[in-house]
Design a protein. Structure first.
Length: 94
């Protein structure tokens, strides 16, 4: 039997941070208010996120990673870096 590994997950089955970051940036850049050049550490507030955009963003992330995000966890999403850490450590993220 040949075992194949997907290139975007670690041995423990968690997603690799660089792959997660790229996917999160892709979601962010498709939000209308976001400027074309953003960084992983730039706060969402500087990108024009308000509470409604942040809620919509969380729905997009749930669809992207196939995981429901609790409101208490979403409240801690202040940058791409925060979101990357969350999904990189989430065992059910795909």
């Amino acid at each position: 039997m040949i075992m194949m590994r997907r290139g975007f997950s670690t041995a423990a089955g968690l997603l690799k941070a660089d792959a997660v970051s790229a996917r999160v940036l892709n979601v962010v850049k498709n939000i209308r208010c976001v400027p074309p050049s953003v960084t992983t550490t730039q706060p969402f507030s500087e990108m024009g996120f308000d509470s409604l955009i942040k809620k919509d963003f969380c729905v997009l992330l749930e669809n992207e990673f196939r995981v429901e995000v609790a409101e208490k966890d979403a409240a801690n999403f202040n940058s791409v870096e925060d979101v990357t850490k969350y999904f990189s450590a989430h065992p059910k993220a795909r």
